[in-house]
Design a protein around this ligand. Structure first.
Ligand SMILES: Cc1cc2nc3c(=O)[nH]c(=O)nc-3n(C[C@H](O)[C@H](O)[C@H](O)COP(=O)(O)O)c2cc1C
Length: 360
């Protein structure tokens, strides 16, 4: 379960009946548009012409917590059925773990009782539940004017140029506002695909108009909560905020963001901190970058072991593989950011309400 006041947990398996999400603590009275949930799930299919992934309709089924198109305040349960499933291949390779996948570690952790079909609970398919929960969180944030947007910062070694927050939010290209470099990124994915290989990349995610005061020190740290949520996304191997690892190369005089007054509000001249100071939002855009590894499933032969015979083996995977996870992960990253921020917003508002008690 992620979150305190707004909490959610995902369930299901890649080749089971369905995947889904349970959301608790969502305020009542939020208008729900199932078409918008479906649109978010469609975004999770990435750049369709580049992927040879399984074809699922991804029709969200709301089982509870929504009545007459409004949230009721009761736990929300939403599922998405699995239809396009063929598990026969996974029976054949159940003792030969696929490199880069969770097959080996899951078998150890669950004493072999884990559902190994299509990666089971570890599959990227489970991110459908995260995206659905993210829709509810985005609706909560919208009431406070907060928006979250993710774009592809890099694919392999091809990087987008530096972009302003306005360019990122106003872009018509839903994958990357830097059209020129985006075309180069697509070529990079095509090159990997042609070689039976895969490629990774970095997603940058920005939250705008976040009020100052969300988060806290120690276990309430906003960076900590966001980082944990981002790392819970399969294939994530790195997370940084603001200048991130580069800040370690600077002097304090270069790294510190000077305070200024802009339109009567306290802002900072630069945003090297990525909108978070002392684990608390400072009113500047929250900026995070998330590094994804190359898709583990590739067509090239790889070395593995037979866990029954304890012998080394070669494995050549069969199936439908997407050469790059990054485009599909954009709505997942946005959802995680929105969920953590909505949780902290609700927590902050409860204190704000308390401070205002008796003042009206
Ligand atoms: C949206 C999304 C889709 C994914 N799709 C695939 C996929 O089609 N093939 C694959 O090999 N891995 C895919 N993954 C990644 C694996 O699920 C992940 O690498 C694997 O479970 C091992 O976990 P780890 O990389 O976090 O260690 C996907 C991840 C995400 C976030």
């Amino acid at each position: 379960m992620i979150g305190r006041m707004l909490r959610f947990s995902i369930f299901g398996e890649s080749h089971g009946k369905c995947v889904g999400v349970i959301i608790e603590g969502c305020p009542p009275g939020i208008k729900i548009d199932v078409k918008k949930i479906k649109a978010e799930l469609e975004r999770r299919k990435g750049i369709e012409r580049l992927s040879t992934q399984r074809r699922e309709k991804d029709e969200p089924i709301i089982l509870s917590g929504v009545f007459n198109s409004f949230t009721t305040g009761a736990p929300i349960v939403v599922t998405v059925e699995n239809k396009d499933v063929d598990s026969s291949y996974y029976e054949k390779i159940k003792d030969t773990p696929r490199p880069g996948h969770s097959d080996y570690t899951a078998k150890i952790k669950y004493f072999g009782f884990n559902d190994y079909r299509g990666g089971g609970f570890f599959s990227g398919r489970l991110t459908a539940g995260i995206v659905i929960a993210g829709y509810f969180a985005k609706e909560i944030l919208a009431k406070a004017g907060v928006e979250v947007k993710a774009y592809i910062k890099s694919i392999g070694k091809v990087k987008a140029r530096n972009l302003s927050v306005e360019e990122i939010f106003n872009s018509k290209n839903s994958f990357c506002p830097d059209e020129e470099n985006f075309q180069k990124m697509i070529k990079e994915i095509e090159k990997a695909k042609k070689n039976g290989d895969s490629v990774g990349g970095i997603i940058e995610v920005i939250a705008s108009s976040v009020p100052p005061g969300l988060g806290g020190p120690f276990d309430e740290d906003l960076e900590g909560d966001l980082a944990k949520a981002f790392f819970a996304i399969p294939a994530v191997k790195g997370v940084e905020f603001g200048l991130g690892f580069k800040i370690a190369e600077l002097r304090g005089s270069e790294a510190n963001d000077s305070f200024i007054i802009e339109d009567g509000e306290v802002k900072t001249k630069t945003n090297n901190a990525g909108g978070i100071l002392g684990g608390i939002s400072n009113g500047m855009p929250i900026v995070a970058r998330i590094a994804f590894k190359p898709t583990p499933s590739i067509y090239k032969p790889q070395k593995t072991v037979d866990l029954e015979k304890m012998e080394e083996r070669e494995i050549k995977l069969e199936g439908r593989f997407d050469p790059c996870i990054v485009p599909k992960a954009l709505p997942v990253v946005e959802a995680m950011m929105a969920l953590v921020l909505a949780d902290h917003l609700l927590r902050w508002l409860s204190w704000k309400g308390f401070m205002n008690l008796g003042e009206e």
